[in-house]
Design a protein around this ligand. Sequence first.
Ligand code: S3P
Length: 436
Amino acid sequence: MSGGGEIWTSRRAAAALAGEIRVPGDKSISHRAVMFAALADGVSRISGFLEGEDTRATARAFAAMGVRIEQPSASLRIVHGVGLHGLSAPAAAIDCGNAGTGMRLLTGILAGQAFDSTLIGDESLSRRPMRRVIEPLTRMGARIDSQDGGLPPLRVHGGRRLNGIDYALPVASAQVKSALLLAGLYADGETAISEPHPTRDYTERMLAAFGWPIAFAAGTARLSGGHALRATDVVVPADFSSAAFFLVAACLVPGSDLLLREVGINPRRTGLLDALVLMGADITRENPRELGGEAVADLRVRHAPLHGIDVPEALVPDMIDEFPILFVAAAAASGRTRISGAAELRVKESDRIAVMARGLRALSVRIDETPDGAVIEGGRLGGGEVDSAGDHRCAMSFAVAGLIAGGEIRIADCANVATSFPGFLALANDCGFDVG
Ligand code: S3P
């Protein structure tokens, strides 16, 4: 899919943002829940499943490999698992759409199958680096053909015997870690992964919940092949990365008081909370509890003036998806914000440093790009025309900017917001945005 011609206009908030909302289910957890349920023995029920294009593409991929998946109602999936070795060859190429998570994790699973398969994606996904999974999977014994430069489409050869691997990830990436652990389910011997900085641990936690023996701690994970996954029910919390747009919006609009319900607060995801608090935000975690084995809380955010900071590099992996909205918070804050150690942003759904810098400049913000970040002079944002480059998170970030800009913001190429956040416009307008 492509961002296409969808253009939004975001206007200044007429009043404070207020209300209680629940944003849709977590994207990372929804992808994994479908994958593990498909490979398990027995029937699993996934509630709170994200009805986004990315996660629906993953469900379609498993349906195309013979897994029966029922959808009795929105956000509910009943998955009839076929067992670790029960997938059948898909009749056509598997289309992962815009989803890097879908493609990288599937590559790990498909490397262990008896059949050949092909993975394709949209224009953005077709530009994203896959060598980071191909190279270690090849060392495990897989055979994967890519286009020049390690780009999709990928051809994954089946019938290969895989061995475990002891691998230190060169970049902190939960997708790469997960792809290797998933291939490790099919491998002889032990697969041991270490990371330069701990990343989200949903794969590890969910494998354990599905009954696979796994040892993990922050920055390391280790498992052996030859076991089985047992069906289990998964309850998906609200996605912190979708909540992030509302957290920043309520910080910025005077008088705001918003409650975001049941948000996943796994510490490997909530770096933005720490950064915003350093900037002066007023955010509290209410009613912290467990939901389906994950920590959740209701996040209450009230308006507070923000000031610029040097974003601690240690926070970067814990807020890797939140930089587009942090750029907007920094542009609206008083003083200077420095971001460094975030070169990975250049290989996300878009080059997020370049797209946000170009957009903010068009809104009269002073911003200098660096290879691994940016220096942003905060203060005021003007109106203007910006291009989200088909990147869902950049589009929603510019929509938030419109709430406090001097004039209206026209945002090009917004259709891909449906990949992660269907219903964003309705929810945003319900709590006081003027966007559409
Ligand atoms: C994800 C991992 C991160 C993140 C992405 C989802 C996951 O990617 O940016 O949105 O679900 O494992 P990387 O592994 O490339 O950092």
